[in-house]
Design a protein around this ligand. Structure first.
Ligand code: AMP
Length: 178
């Protein structure tokens, strides 16, 4: 494993029993507050999409906004969002999904991504994959292509990738167990 990946991994803080008992929350705040490491994380993700003609990075509320907007800037792409219900002001489509801890719905503006455009979906973490799968469904509904779903953290033992088939998944860090 490269030194950069090790440093990024070491900057993720485990918070046991948050937001409820039994969940080990992966806290990315120490990573974000470290300028060189935050930049390195974005560079590692951006490398994958250089020259791939990405039109839009789509960030998932809320930590996906942080990585997604930085990634969009780096790629020279646009940035759009999927949000929790009731937050978006314009016409929306919605999709429901299951979380590792609960159930929820996501909304997207009907013009967030253009038909036939190339989209990278970004979030901090993939657990069961439900959130990203619902997001991919919304992108497809708008007639755009999901080039890949990109995460900083993948909880591999929850096999979220399976829920995203046939879409491609990239993660900077993989955790094989809690
Ligand atoms: P899932 O739909 O199960 O893949 O859940 C992914 C979403 O829930 C992401 O937006 C994450 O930010 C959040 N999430 C789920 N599990 C965790 C965890 N253990 N630590 C931090 N965030 C989590």
């Amino acid at each position: 494993m490269s030194d950069d990946i090790t440093s990024i991994r070491n900057a993720i803080r485990d918070i046991p029993d948050f937001p409820k008992p039994g969940i080990i929350f992966k806290d990315i705040m120490p990573l974000l507050s470290n300028g060189p490491l935050f930049g390195k994380t974005i560079d590692l993700i951006a490398e994958r999409y250089r020259g791939q003609k990405i039109d839009t990075v789509l960030g998932i509320e809320s930590r996906g906004f942080i990585f997604g907007s930085a990634l969009a800037y780096k790629l020279g792409a646009g940035f759009s969002v999927v949000r929790k219900p009731g937050k978006l002001p314009y016409d929306t489509h919605s999709a429901s999904y299951e979380l590792e801890y609960g159930k929820d719905t996501l909304e997207i503006h009907v013009d967030a991504v253009a038909p036939n455009s190339r989209v990278v979906i970004a979030d901090d973490l993939i657990a069961t994959g439900g959130t990203a799968a619902a997001t991919a469904e919304l992108v497809s509904k708008l007639g755009a292509t999901v080039v890949e779903c990109a995460f900083v953290i993948e909880l591999s033992f929850l096999n979220g990738r399976a829920k995203l088939v046939p879409h491609k998944v990239f993660s900077v860090l993989q955790y094989d167990s809690e």
